[in-house]
Unconditional design. Structure first.
Length: 368
């Protein structure tokens, strides 16, 4: 495995996003939403005339249980403000309609964002049958209707066609770039956007409930680049009844599960207690290396750590030297030091971490 380029502050949409959807006026005319960069000058920073507080070094992960109605960009801004952090970003967009796991990287954790974004995602979602919408969810305009409704047997018979490696055409309102422009911007401007199918991996797709004839509840586990909205759209077309997403919750992102999630209200309460001297913000953080669960760890001596910290390679020798190659994360005295590559008997640093500042409390180094 090669180490991805450093991402720094990350706010790039991931492929499972229902990012930046259309909002329509009463006459059906698309309006710009709050994610549109053309609105930023009008919106301001949302803080009024409050004085800007000094930022500080904070390093770790907060897995926010994002509420419905909040954009991923807004969620990052809120968490960054609560921690007064210098740097923050997220590992995969979750649109306003959706709730659930939004991993937010603070400080040096932003260097590990690609490892989370490349991991599997799990969703629980509801499809409403009988209508297809231009955004493939409830916020769009109805473009097709049907009186037909699928039975559970017909749905289950269809699911194998959407399992494994399949070709999927992203929604027109998606963050994919077309000749340098986001597809959702082109669609809002009335342009016909023709997106090409691309391969995605659906590891599991299950019908878990059918509360009535109009709705079906599914669970899906998928790889990077999958659009759940497109699943609803394509299933509806093949079933001859049309469909769109009406509820969506993300329950897993890479190494982060529902057990790691913290609701916004709980996070705000913790931060308020910490500000008054009761408790610590460190209790809300997961360690930076949590994102590296699937990568082998390699402990080094302090002398070797000093060389790696200066960006110098270290020779691997002796009976304890690893005989493998590839990416490892390096620790010294139990503390994360670097991401490195093993090759030709050397340990070559690729990303060095500087964890000076606020980090996860020692009790959070072992997850529940």
């Amino acid at each position: 495995m090669t180490i991805p380029p450093e991402t720094g502050t990350v706010d790039a949409p991931s492929a499972e996003s229902t990012a930046a959807k259309a909002i329509h006026s009463a006459d059906g005319r698309p309006l710009r939403d709050n994610n549109d960069p053309r609105n930023k000058q009008r919106q301001g920073n949302g803080q009024g005339n409050q004085p800007r507080r000094d930022r500080r070094d904070v390093h770790g992960w907060v897995v926010l249980d994002k509420p419905i109605g909040m954009t991923s960009t807004q969620a990052v801004a809120v968490v960054k403000r609560l921690f007064q952090a210098k740097r923050a970003g997220h590992a995969g967009t979750l649109d306003p309609l959706a709730s659930g796991g939004l991993p937010i990287a603070l400080g040096e954790a932003t260097k590990t964002v690609p490892f989370v974004m490349d991991g599997r995602k799990r969703y629980r979602f509801t499809v409403t049958w009988g209508e297809e919408r231009d955004t493939d969810d409830t916020e769009g305009r109805v473009v097709e209707t049907s009186d037909s409704r699928p039975g559970a047997a017909a749905i289950r018979a269809l699911l194998p066609q959407f399992t494994g490696r399949i070709e999927q055409t992203p929604p027109r309102y998606s963050a994919i770039k077309v000749q340098g422009e986001r597809a959702y911007d082109l669609a809002r401007d009335g342009e016909v956007v023709e997106l090409q199918p691309r391969p995605v991996e659906i590891h599991e797709l299950t019908l878990v409930d059918q509360p009535d004839t109009d709705h079906s509840v599914f669970e899906a586990e998928c790889g990077k680049g999958t659009y759940v909205r497109a699943l609803a759209r394509d299933m509806g077309r093949l079933l001859g009844c049309y469909g769109h997403i009406s509820a969506l919750r993300r329950t897993l992102v890479g190494p982060f599960t529902e057990n790691d999630m913290i609701p916004l209200e709980q996070l705000e309460a913790l931060c308020n207690r910490a500000a008054s001297g009761e408790g610590s913000l460190a209790d809300a953080l997961l360690p930076v290396e949590t994102a590296l669960d699937d990568i082998p760890a390699l402990a080094v001596t302090r002398a070797d750590a000093a060389r790696l910290h200066r960006g110098q390679a270290v020779l691997l020798r002796g009976r304890d030297a690893p005989n493998s190659s590839g990416t490892v994360y390096v620790t010294v005295a139990g503390r994360l030091l670097a991401l490195a590559e093993i090759g030709n008997g050397e340990l070559i640093p690729k990303r060095v971490f500087n964890l000076t500042g606020l980090t996860a409390s020692s009790g959070r180094n072992e997850r529940d």
